[in-house]
Design a protein. Structure first.
Length: 379
């Protein structure tokens, strides 16, 4: 593929013999953007071509820049020995060197007409060369993406041009004669045929170049990705808040449940009185029955078993309650009005201090447990 690079003729001077000499940067490393049709890829809107340093500064590439013909504008064909006299107006020197990202080479213009063109303002240089395009996509060491790589770069000539399509920047040049030219905003309108396409941005249709459409599409994609990430983050945030609210509601429910279990003083006193009454009745019905550490239901069952026998062991709680009440009623009936049992139970039983000690101990433990539960729920 035939290609060109462009640079400004800088540091020019005439020698005593009238020849003009100058140093020129004629090629550089890096990624440059081309229209796809300019590099044989009409199906692609734009192509990013990478020129790596190991290709630009290879010995073969640098040596190809020495003793190259200088032409006034690009010829239609490669400059060879057969057409050199027709096209050459000067020649590059042999002190070719790398200068940062550029190839620098001295040159001399020996044609008076060409020198006058330069002095009149035709002051840009465009290096014509050939190369192979390796269509292997990748990223540069700095992370810049590209679609193809230039390899086997060989300079053919350096042309004096009125204006390169990239202005004063070094770049691949004249598409009309030498293949691809990077897209820049300094390209004269007369040198390009611009194809526009309509792109809608925020509901407004605008006409842009293929490259502009590609850039806009990329930006729109990034905006959409950012919006999607924001929406996802907001959703996760709301989910986290909902989960936190659920935890708080659960804790509040637990606190309410604990509060519901806390009894007031009157209720506690009633429980104690009922417990004392039950123990008193149990001691009257079965003097030797043990009540310590037993629930009300277990006390009743122990009394019924003590009076009735082991046949009551497997009876249901309902049966035990009913049988206990019957035993109490029977005891009252059998003894009559003057019976001491009737006198004890008619106004409620009053157990002795020793009998009530387990009850009082249980009441104190109940109060302590409820106090601890209330403090824990408040925290």
């Amino acid at each position: 593929m035939q290609l060109t690079d462009v640079a400004v003729v800088a540091g020019t001077r005439r020698r005593e013999d009238g020849y003009l000499v100058a140093d020129a940067r004629i090629a550089r490393t890096g990624v440059q953007v081309y229209l796809g049709r300019e590099v044989g890829k009409a199906e692609m809107a734009t192509v990013r071509v990478y020129r790596p340093g190991d290709e630009v500064f290879s010995a073969d590439t640098l040596s190809s820049a020495a003793h190259r013909p200088v032409t006034n504008d690009h010829p239609a064909d490669l400059v060879t020995s057969q057409n050199w006299k027709q096209h050459a107006v000067g020649q590059t020197g042999d002190e070719v060197a790398g200068e940062g990202i550029f190839i620098r080479v001295p040159l001399m213009v020996s044609d008076e007409a060409a020198i006058r063109d330069i002095e009149a303002g035709k002051r840009e240089l465009s290096a014509g060369y050939t190369c192979d395009l390796d269509w292997t996509a990748g990223k540069t060491p700095s992370g810049e993406a590209y679609d193809a790589v230039q390899r086997n770069i060989r300079l053919n000539h350096v042309a004096i041009v009125a204006r390169g399509r990239a202005g004063s920047e070094v770049r691949i040049g004249d598409a009309a004669q030498w293949g691809a030219a990077p897209i820049t905003d300094k390209t004269p309108e007369k040198e390009i045929t611009m194809t526009l396409k309509t792109v809608t941005v925020d509901g407004i249709p605008i006409e842009v170049t293929d490259q502009g459409a590609t850039v806009i599409a990329t930006l729109q994609s990034r905006v959409a990705d950012a919006a999607a990430k924001f929406t996802d983050a907001e959703t996760k945030h709301q989910q986290a808040l909902a989960a936190k609210d659920a935890d708080i509601a659960k804790k509040d429910a637990e606190i309410d449940a604990l509060k519901g279990k806390v009894l007031d003083a009157a209720a506690i006193d009633k429980l104690v009185a009922d417990r004392a009454d039950l123990i008193g009745k149990a001691k009257v019905l079965a003097k030797d029955v043990k009540t310590d550490g037993l629930s009300d239901a277990d006390i009743k069952k122990a009394v019924v078993i003590a009076v009735v026998g082991d046949s009551a062991k497997d009876k249901s709680p309902t049966y035990i309650d009913a049988r206990f009440d019957i035993l109490v009623e029977d005891a009252v009936k059998k003894t009559g009005e003057s019976d001491p049992f009737r006198e004890i139970v008619k106004d409620g039983l009053t157990p002795t201090a020793d009998e009530l000690k387990p009850v009082h101990d249980a009441r104190a433990k109940m109060l302590a447990d409820m106090t601890s539960a209330s403090l824990a729920s408040a925290n």
